[in-house]
Design a binder for this molecule. Sequence first.
Ligand SMILES: [Zn+2]
Ligand SMILES: [Zn+2]
Length: 354
Amino acid sequence: MTAYRTRSIQLHDFGTPPTLTQHEIDAPTGSEVLVRVTGAGVCHSDLHLQDGYYDLGGGEHLSFRQRVTFPVTPGHEISGVVVARGEDATGATIGQNVLVCPWVGCGDCPRCVRGYENLCSNSRFLGVNRDGGYAEHVLVPHSRYLIDLGDLDPARAAPLTCSGLTTYSAIGKFGSELDEEPLVIFGAGGLGLMAVGLLAVMGKARPVVVEIDPERRSAALAAGARAAIDPTDRDADEQIRAAVGGPVLAILDVVGAGATFAQSYRLIEKGGRIVIAGLLGGDTRVQVPLIPMRSISIEGSYIGKLDELRELVTLVRTHGLPDIPVHTRELHEAPQAMDELRSGSVVGRFVLVP
Ligand SMILES: [Zn+2]
Ligand SMILES: [Zn+2]
């Protein structure tokens, strides 16, 4: 069997910096496809993987310990070109420009059977539970996880598989209300800017963005937000209500912190919906009677389905990619890119181009 020489960025334990490693990767067999990576987005979840936990607030953590085997190559926002395929990998063409859906489930549980592989409890996600895209090559278990990119720019398209899909699926939970009523988006990091850009591509009402960082507020306005408000302003709630121009009925929280939920919970009005897709961490106090009295919905949204990713790619191949800043970096620059993302200084998305 031929093997391919490759280089990848590997994590060897939690809490340690990743390193660049040269090694061999086996040729694909069966339904597998080998993809040469042309874009790998650096996502905040990669930092959670490096840390080994999510912050639940109050000093509590949710550990990755049971779910990760080291060494592991991070990276779940992957575009590439098909270079080899197993004998059963139908539907993949050598030389094809593809997006790789990393959200691989067990395939057998009730959630997988219903198409929600992203919610599988026995996930085999690329870049989390098995090697991902911070590499020259990635082995994809089945050609069904490949989506044709046509002539879309692979570096700009790579973030579609996580920040794109996560926001697309979350926006979908609001239905047609967003055609007329502006969504309030908490956060203008990778996910928030993607949400603003996608709403524009989808022809929805221009959103109101709430973000602490002034540069990110500017980026949100440039991406199409109708207003960008600093939540630390004394009159921030009034500014948000004024920018919405009516009752606040739709809030998307892509930060997912105690403070953003507290503000969302305070702002949302009768019949409204809060969708939380961010995982930053923390906790807050909830006054239970205000949930039924206002008849509000509080919904979590975790990535999205393979079918939704296919829909999203069809959408952007017709209407264009969301216009958000993408900064390309070489593979060996991954550790610095992760550190910069952690420092909070990045506006837009880092994409590794091996
Ligand atoms: Zn991600
Ligand atoms: Zn499953």
